[in-house]
Design a protein around this ligand. Structure first.
Ligand code: OXD
Ligand code: MN
Length: 628
């Protein structure tokens, strides 16, 4: 990690301190603890952003890319020890351990506060402390909420400027008395010690002892030691999921790890859908889907997080609380996601991708042939003979959502969009069909609660082992997962017949030869079309073990090079395999003890009952014709 020369003067181009006594008192308290050299109130202005970029390029924190090719684009290289979210160092500090539940790391709040005081004491010495007011969701929107992040990282300031609506307008609302969530972040690398001894800064300062902590009772976030992604951009996973899921539970709404799409059909009817997928299932690609079926249009509203609240008409409305995309670069290409690629042409921060000789970026999968020479994400020379990837597998782009050509005019609608459909997906080589519809909301919650991906561990002999990622929220739910399911069930009762319909999808099913059966990408518009036609009442479906399946001929496969056998294999449901899966679900549910909602126990029984009605010899998993 390269060292940088200290910036001689603290920045003097921010906003004035706000007329907000509560904020001033909090900032003073954090400053007293962390002892920064200066305080910078972030205004969110262009001049401020340009100045921060200039300072970071001057001190080596950022590399300016070729500005003819990629105007406004920069490259950051992190410390090799700080390249991803650290789930093992992420804590939910609820008063009672049981309220964090068996799927979270719990820490005693009083003890954690002591630890944090120790870690944060003097941790900003020699640095500027930035105060970033921000809004999650359009400013002033019914579903939006405010926050303030304190950080000692200018990289975090410019990234939050992309990922949220940050600056003066948010502070004005906070000063006027609107609710806000406090979030404190430090990279944990002071430049002076208590005795006044100095050390030079690094281009990516951090500390190996990391704490990403959440206090659900007081709705606070404290993050120490990492500058990377969700560990440091505290509006994203920490606020918009972990703390917001708690707010949603208490206030009657939902904070979800879901992308949001608007799909317009040939008749001009608009549908909105939200979709939850575990990491590494192509969420950003789906968010920017280019349909391969004619006359269907897809627009992006969000790629990662949805906040959803019942509207006055009783329907469920969703907003994307973020303002940017923090997407995984490797695998993004003209074939997989041309929309994202075009969005990265300008005003983008790249982190841990490779640098080309002409000052551009490259990552695995961008082109079939890698360039003959690169500087890799560690800053070392790289050639195609290297046995290491040139870009880190979790290297990222940070870009404004408005830069995607697919962005919907509705994406900034403060009221949100009314949801017709919720999709749950996992990465399943077997068992789970391409698409199925849940029987009702309770069944949909059961499907969401049992989402799983097969371990990629065939090599380790763990065939059939499932990694559960309920609602794709495993690392993001701020309270007991079983209580979260109970909250979903309650929301379903409230929404009644206005509730969105719930579907399960699986793009990753493999055939006997181990090859994917479904082409994916733009063709994922086909099962989605079937779901929307179900919502429109245009097609019927067959009851089956795991839900309702498309009837023969109803899935639009026109123009696809797909055999009848492959199509059948995509929907085949083996009762024996499903019986084994039901047993695994029972084991999985057992860890939640008596907090597991009775409705989910009943759903497991209903699944077993459907399995028992299926002739083992047939393997279609279809039970009977559905009524409607
Ligand atoms: C993300 C994730 O980075 O889900 O969005 O891990
Ligand atoms: Mn995510």
């Amino acid at each position: 990690m390269a060292q940088i020369q200290p910036c001689p003067t603290a920045s003097s181009f921010g906003a004035d301190a706000p007329n907000a006594p509560e904020v001033l008192a909090w900032v003073a308290q954090i400053a007293e603890l962390t002892q920064p050299d200066a305080i910078h109130w972030v205004s969110g202005s262009r001049a401020e952003r340009d100045q921060l970029y200039a300072e970071m390029v001057a001190d080596g924190t950022l590399i300016a890319l070729n500005q003819d090719k990629r105007p406004g684009c920069y490259l950051a290289r992190s410390a090799p020890s700080d390249v991803a979210r650290v789930e093992s160092r992420t804590f939910i500090c609820s008063e009672r351990e049981a309220d964090a539940g068996p799927t979270n790391n719990w820490a005693d709040p009083a003890q954690m506060r002591q630890t944090l005081r120790r870690k944060f004491r003097g941790c900003m010495r020699g640095r500027t402390m930035y105060v970033i007011p921000f809004s999650m969701g359009p400013l002033g929107g019914d579903i939006s909420k405010l926050g303030i992040e304190i950080t000692d990282s200018p990289y975090v300031v410019v990234s939050m400027g992309i990922m949220t609506r940050a600056g003066d307008a948010a502070m004005e609302r906070i000063a006027a008395g609107e609710y806000w969530v406090p979030a404190v972040h430090s990279v944990g690398y002071p430049l002076r010690d208590e005795a006044g001894g100095v050390r030079l800064d690094l281009t990516w300062p951090c500390d190996d002892d990391k704490y990403i902590t959440h206090f659900p009772q007081t709705r606070e976030i404290w993050s120490y030691g990492s500058g990377y992604g969700g560990n440091a951009l505290l509006g994203k996973k920490c606020y918009a999921l972990r703390i917001a899921s708690v707010l949603g539970r208490d206030e009657g709404w939902l904070a979800e790890h879901m992308l949001i799409l608007r799909v317009t059909g040939p008749s001009g009817r608009r549908f909105h859908l939200a979709a939850a997928f575990p990491s590494a299932c192509g969420k950003t690609n789906l968010a920017m889907l280019r349909p391969t079926i004619e006359s269907w249009q897809v627009e992006t509203i969000g790629d990662d997080i949805a906040w959803m609240r019942p509207g006055a008409d009783g329907r469920l409305y969703a907003i994307n609380p973020e303002a940017g995309f923090f997407g995984v670069a490797p695998g993004t290409s003209e074939q997989t996601n041309p929309t994202a690629l075009a969005a990265l042409d300008h005003d983008t921060i790249f982190t841990n991708v490779a640098l080309t000789d002409d000052g551009d970026v490259w990552w695995e999968g961008l082109t079939d042939q890698p360039p003959a020479h690169l500087i890799d994400w560690r800053g070392q020379d790289w050639t195609p003979d290297s046995d290491q990837p040139a870009a880190h597998p979790n290297s990222r782009f940070t870009v404004r959502a408005s830069q995607a050509a697919s962005i919907s005019p509705a994406w900034q609608d403060p009221a949100g969009v009314p949801l017709d459909v919720i999709l749950f997906g996992g990465r399943r080589a077997s068992n789970v069909p391409l698409i199925s519809e849940s029987y009702d909301w309770e069944h949909g919650v059961f499907v969401g609660a049992t989402v799983s991906s097969e371990q990629t561990a065939a090599a380790e002999g763990a065939v059939g082992a499932l990694r559960r990622d309920p609602f794709a929220m495993l690392p993001f739910c701020g309270y007991n997962m079983a209580d979260y399911w109970a909250h979903w069930l309650k929301m379903g009762q409230r929404l009644g017949d206005q509730a969105p319909r719930i579907f399960q999808v699986n793009w990753f099913r493999k055939g006997a030869g181990g090859k994917f059966l479904w082409p994916g990408f733009g063709d994922n518009s086909r099962p989605i079309e079937w779901a929307l036609r179900r919502v429109a009442g245009e097609v019927e479906a067959d009851d089956a073990i795991s839900g309702r399946l498309p009837r023969k001929g109803d899935l639009n496969v026109a123009g696809l090079d797909m055999t009848e056998t492959a199509l059948e294999a995509l929907f085949a449901l083996d009762p024996k395999a499903w019986a084994a899966e039901a047993d695994l679900t029972e084991e999985y549910f057992a860890q939640f003890g008596d907090r597991l909602p009775a409705a989910l126990v009943a759903q497991l029984a209903a699944l077993r009952e459907r399995i028992s009605r299926c002739p083992v010899a047939v393997h279609s998993g279809r039970i009977s014709r559905a009524k409607a």
